[in-house]
Design a protein around this ligand. Structure first.
Ligand code: IPM
Ligand code: MG
Length: 358
């Protein structure tokens, strides 16, 4: 039976609006095909919101997100806003959005698409036939949300940021990771720096305790410096990686680079319940904005994650993912994933091709 969903759309800056447009086109096609109605409300967030209101996350945007079933976000930021004070930068708006909506779990799949294997910068014998890692990043705690400030010290001005995690915060993100692993290859690697940081020692204790509830899942602990190395040495050893906000920020970029196609990777940010925020993991790419060059597939695949995790529409999600795979199999490529013998298409053409195959 057809359903109706309310979606807050935050195109943001740079290539955000162009890639979002294509994702909406694909969702509309899903609606027509499967008999659902998606009601989109477009809202300001990021640099464009600073220009219009002075605030990277206007009250109205947060309120409408709260009234919606899900949020679809493009990308925020750009050189234009780089010299603003920290608390009114576009990035601050993104953190306030995650915090304000209670989205503590960030799922970042790094999957090597078979069609794009040549884009992988690692040797074929290292990466093997395929790679499929899920980074589960804690998103509303740790050093990105801890106390920070400036003060005067013995050697002049000082600046500080604080890493702080509570048992509750660690437990809930660990549970997400174990649940996700259960539906995959049943292995969790918890990444920390417990040889130095007290917050990491608590992290390790709590994750170890939570693991008792998941005897079918294997748990392994790894220091973050080693994890950064293991990711390029033997990425196939990983299934689910669970880690803190900052380590997850860094390792998810590294994992995505291994796939060679950051323009392809989606993400989901979840809280309690099925509400979620979905966004491509790439940035706003101001250098190619407005040129019909950006790859819309990461945003389209983020919409697929929304269908899966918020709306529990598995068949519809697969229809989108299959359409993306077909377009790639047929040889269509945006500039970022172009290789010889393939057909170079722009943002709009790529969106149209995917929608057509739903
Ligand atoms: C990300 C980004 C953001 C983060 C920035 C833009 C605040 O790097 O989503 O990974 O650090 O979380
Ligand atoms: Mg990042």
């Amino acid at each position: 039976m057809g359903m109706e969903y309310r979606i807050a759309v935050l195109p943001g800056d740079g290539i955000g609006p162009e890639v979002i447009e294509q994702a909406l086109l694909v969702l509309e096609q899903v609606g027509r095909k499967f008999g659902h109605v998606f009601r989109f409300t477009t809202l300001l967030a990021g640099g464009c919101a600073i220009d219009a209101t002075g605030n990277p996350l206007p009250e109205e945007t947060l309120d409408e997100c709260r009234r919606s079933d899900a949020v679809l976000l493009g990308a925020v930021g750009g050189p234009k806003w780089d010299n603003l004070p920290g608390d009114i930068r576009p990035e601050a708006g993104l953190l306030a959005l995650r915090g304000g909506l209670g989205l503590f779990a960030n799922l970042r799949p790094a999957v090597l698409n078979r069609e794009l294997r040549d884009a992988c910068p690692l040797r074929p014998d290292i990466v093997g036939e395929s790679m499929d890692i899920m980074v589960v990043r804690e998103l509303t705690g740790g050093i990105y949300f801890g106390q920070r400030g400036r003060r005067t010290g013995k050697m002049g001005e000082e600046a500080f940021d604080t890493e702080c995690y509570s048992e509750g915060e660690i437990e809930r993100i660990a549970r997400v990771a174990f649940e996700v692993a259960r539906k995959r290859r049943k292995k969790v690697t918890s990444v920390d720096k417990a040889n130095v940081l007290e917050s990491s020692r608590l992290w390790r204790e709590v994750v170890t305790k939570v693991a008792n509830d998941y005897p079918d899942v294997t748990l392994e602990h790894m220091y973050v410096d080693n994890a950064a190395m293991q990711l390029v040495r033997n990425p196939r050893q990983f299934d689910v990686i669970v880690t803190s906000n900052m380590f997850g920020d860094i390792l998810s970029d590294e994992a995505s680079m291994i796939t060679g196609s950051i323009g392809m990777l989606p993400s989901a940010s979840l809280g309690e319940g099925s509400f979620g925020l979905y966004e491509p993991i790439h940035g706003s790419a101001p250098d190619i904005a407005g040129k019909d060059k950006a790859n819309p597939l990461a945003t389209i695949l983020s919409a697929a994650m929304m269908l899966r995790y918020t709306m529990h529409l598995e068949e519809e999600a697969m229809a989108v993912e299959n359409a993306v795979n077909r377009v790639l199999e047929e040889g269509y490529r945006t500039a970022d994933i172009m290789s010889t013998g393939k057909k170079n298409v722009g943002t709009r053409e790529m969106g149209r091709l995917v929608a057509e195959r739903i």
